[in-house]
Design a protein around this ligand. Structure first.
Ligand code: ATP
Ligand code: MG
Length: 270
């Protein structure tokens, strides 16, 4: 079971959109995917049209069971996938654990139980219920991120291609490397920064072209192809659908599919 965290401590860069897209894509490919909304804003939960009365807080602090359907919600294929005639497999599954305002209280409640997320996910792995767990995180750094890092194998880092976003990227790489080293010292697996994905990209903007080129120069193959700017993302969101369900024949969806394939290669094949 692979654990992926979508991270950027800058707000509004496309973390939730990326989480939704990659989780939907992997489920379409046939993987069993659990997405966890670790943001008190609960945008991922709202985007998937899921009730947020109960949340990750209940799982971690009130010790709820994974079998509780108020906490682990099965997302219907029509929400995340293209019509079944376009699908090659029906083996994939997508589940979501909501976030809500109690999510903000998790780190305090688990002050003395830093391994809570790691231990609960280990339980899930032993039961062989899912192939990938994907965390959507909040832009506000907190100790809660540290609990997530303890369970994380891969980080996906969506970023806008603006001057200021580079600062955040460097800081983020440093803190990821720090956490990764700490984990290794304790005999755990490290954390890999697996992809930096430029978002809201405009091919015809010179500034975006230049910043993309310098990202490539600085970080090489870590930088994936950009997700172009398009209103279709907002439209899909407003309808509580993934891009594949809302507009599978739109160029943004073919682009998104390339990101999903790359994620699949890096996470499951390497
Ligand atoms: N490639 C894109 N083109 C145009 N709009 C986009 C694109 N990607 C995301 N958006 C839009 O940008 C807004 C912010 O995206 P999103 O909510 O995914 O960011 P976020 O990083 O999760 O934000 P937060 O930090 O608040 O959690 C949303 O309205 C989304 O529809
Ligand atoms: Mg978000």
């Amino acid at each position: 079971m692979k654990v992926i965290t979508v991270l950027n401590e800058k707000g509004g860069v496309g973390k939730t959109t990326m989480t939704m897209t990659v989780s939907a894509g992997l489920a379409i490919m046939g993987y069993r995917v659990l997405v966890i909304d670790a943001d008190p804003q609960a945008h991922l939960t709202i985007s998937f049209g899921v009730d947020k009365q109960y949340s990750l807080y209940d799982l971690l602090v009130r010790d709820a069971e994974f079998s509780d359907k108020n906490i682990v919600h099965a997302i219907p294929p029509e929400v995340y996938a293209m019509p079944s005639s376009e699908m090659k497999t029906d083996k994939g599954r997508l589940f979501l654990i909501p976030g809500n305002k109690e999510t903000r209280l998790i780190s305090q409640a688990l002050e003395n139980n830093l391994f809570a997320i790691r231990n609960r996910l280990a339980e899930l792995e032993r039961a062989d219920l899912v192939d990938a767990v994907i965390f959507d995180t909040s832009p506000t750094p907190s100790n809660f991120h540290a609990l997530i890092y303890l369970a994380t194998h891969h980080i996906l880092y969506p970023t806008e291609v603006t001057y200021l976003s580079f600062d955040g990227l460097v800081a983020s790489i440093q803190s990821t490397t720090g956490y990764s080293e700490q984990k290794k010292k304790s005999g755990l697996e490290g954390i890999k920064l697996t992809g930096i994905i430029p978002t809201k990209f405009r091919h015809n903007l010179l500034e975006h072209q230049e910043k993309f080129a310098s990202l490539k120069k600085g970080f090489g193959d870590l930088v994936w192809q950009p997700m172009p700017m398009s209103v279709v993302w907002e439209e899909a969101l407003a309808r509580r659908r993934s891009i594949f369900s809302y507009a599978y024949d739109h160029p943004a969806a073919s682009n998104a599919w390339k990101i999903v394939r790359k994620a699949k290669e890096k996470i499951f094949d390497e």
